[in-house]
Design a protein around this ligand. Structure first.
Ligand SMILES: *Cc1c(COP(=O)(O)O)cnc(C)c1O
Length: 454
């Protein structure tokens, strides 16, 4: 009998996260304060983040221990399963071996609680009683609401208005976990009121919702801000995905030739890829390929520029060097597949600039086609974001079929799609168009970059 799922015993769950910072061949550019235009100070960051996370953000320690209280909650769903996609391989008639790490078994249905839990924990340890955040379609908002409820913290979520109106189920999930969720732009902040004054019909954006949440944090007592992707400490927490995968691939008896993840802000991709990139950088497995997959509608790595840019619309969040489409980026309303952030994790950006990883942009219809084939063979209904990774995993498996190579492909199935059925319905009914972000808009956006002198 061939094994289909590789489960680790709970005793074998990693007890440290992997920090890639000390292993990078080139130092990561620093964060810049939007207020001073100079290097951001830990004191400035301390207004919105707990000190332990700020330390992790800049740490040169290769491994950072996971506190027992966090491990205890991780064990609600971790270690997560690593599956061999036998039925998908058979349908594709490929000699390639396809594996996927399934992160949809968490309470919120994605990888996001891997960082939401430690973030809520470290805030609780510092006596923070309230956290403000933003959410697009609601994945991050629900992960943080769940995590705050685990540690008795109040949670306020600014949800991008188009999603708030179109996708009520994740809002209800957040409210069930005790959070307060308002549509962004809201009247609760100056950033929101300014945006509404300019355009009362504004559907909002992730960059604007971040401005609202940061403003909320700095103007409320005992309140911090929390970000679900992009930052180093978020990617650090997500490395538990890759660390578990390495143990499970060893159980399976293979080492991956290709590791694939979708990228919005870069956290699930960074989380699965970075432990493998350690082996690439050290020369132990120097031929391993790691591929970040993004939508054609938000092609940050493949069309954006590697520059210092604001993390949000109002210029309140730290400025960082990253691939960016410009902080005023507005996603096309026709794009259903998530992954709509204008920037990219500075770590993933640097890895891409150094050519340690590759990037591919894909149209949304072929991603849904891949997701439907996956559902019909492997059974699990993927999140639209995860469909981007599946698309490229399938493309690589088909390339193996053409050449007759039996490569080992590992991708991260970052979440399930049970709350995204409306997007699947649009796809089934043929109403989902393909959209490519125009080059002129990328050029225009570059005029709005902040001036940074180091
Ligand atoms: C949020 C999310 C993503 C994108 O965010 P990253 O930080 O790039 O991982 C991908 N997949 C799912 C299921 C998500 O919820």
């Amino acid at each position: 009998m061939e094994r289909t799922v590789f489960f680790l015993d709970q005793k074998e769950m990693p007890t440290s996260w992997y920090n890639i910072l000390p292993d990078l061949p080139e130092a990561l550019p620093p964060y810049i304060s939007p207020a001073t235009g100079k290097l951001v100070t830990p004191q400035e960051l301390g207004r919105i983040f707990p000190m332990e996370l700020i330390k992790q953000e800049m740490s040169q320690e290769r491994y950072i221990e996971i506190p027992e209280e966090i491990q205890a909650i991780y064990r609600t769903w971790r270690p997560s399963g690593l599956h061999r996609a036998f039925q998908l391989e058979k349908a594709l008639k490929t000699p390639a071996r396809i594996f996927y790490k399934y992160e949809g078994s968490s309470p919120a249905g994605s990888h996001k609680p891997n960082t939401a839990i430690p973030q809520a924990y470290y805030n609780m340890k510092e006596g923070v009683t309230r956290i403000a955040t933003e959410t697009g379609a609601g994945q991050w908002g629900s992960a943080l609401s769940y995590s705050c409820s685990m540690f008795g913290i109040e949670c306020k979520v600014y949800m991008v208005k188009v999603s708030y109106n179109q996708k009520p189920y994740r809002r209800i999930l957040m409210e069930t976990w005790g959070a307060t969720c308002v549509p962004s732009p809201s009247t609760d902040t100056k950033a929101g009121r300014d945006a509404l004054a300019k355009d009362p019909q504004s559907g909002g954006s992730l960059g604007l919702a971040i401005s609202e949440a940061v403003e909320d944090a700095v103007t409320h007592e005992n309140t911090h801000y929390s970000l679900g992707s992009v930052l180093n400490h978020v990617l650090l927490h997500q490395t538990i995905i890759g660390l578990e995968s390495q143990k499970q691939m060893e159980m399976a008896g293979y080492y991956p030739d290709i590791v694939i993840g979708c990228v919005g802000g870069g956290s699930n991709f960074g989380g699965i890829a970075m432990p493998f990139l350690k082996d690439k950088i050290s020369g132990k497995h120097k031929n391993i390929r790691c591929i970040a997959v993004e939508p054609m509608a938000c092609p940050t790595l493949t069309k954006g520029h590697y520059e210092f840019d604001y993390g949000d619309v109002a210029g309140m969040a730290p400025i960082c060097k990253m691939y960016t489409l410009g902080h005023n980026f507005m996603p096309a309303p026709v794009h259903a597949g998530g992954l709509r952030y204008h920037g990219m994790s500075p770590l993933v950006s640097l890895l891409y600039k150094l050519k340690l990883i590759e990037a591919k942009a894909v149209f949304q219809r072929p991603t849904f086609e891949a997701g439907v084939l996956f559902a019909r063979t492997e059974g699990i209904l993927p999140a639209p974001e995860s469909n981007h990774a599946i698309r490229v995993a399938i493309d690589e498996a088909l390339a193996c079929k053409a050449t007759g190579e039996a490569k080992t492909i590992l991708f991260n199935l970052s979440g399930h799609g049970h709350f995204d059925l409306a997007s699947y319905e649009e796809y089934h009914s043929g109403r989902l168009p393909d959209y490519e972000y125009p080059d002129e808009k990328v050029k225009e956006a570059l005029k709005t970059l902040p001036k940074v002198s180091l």
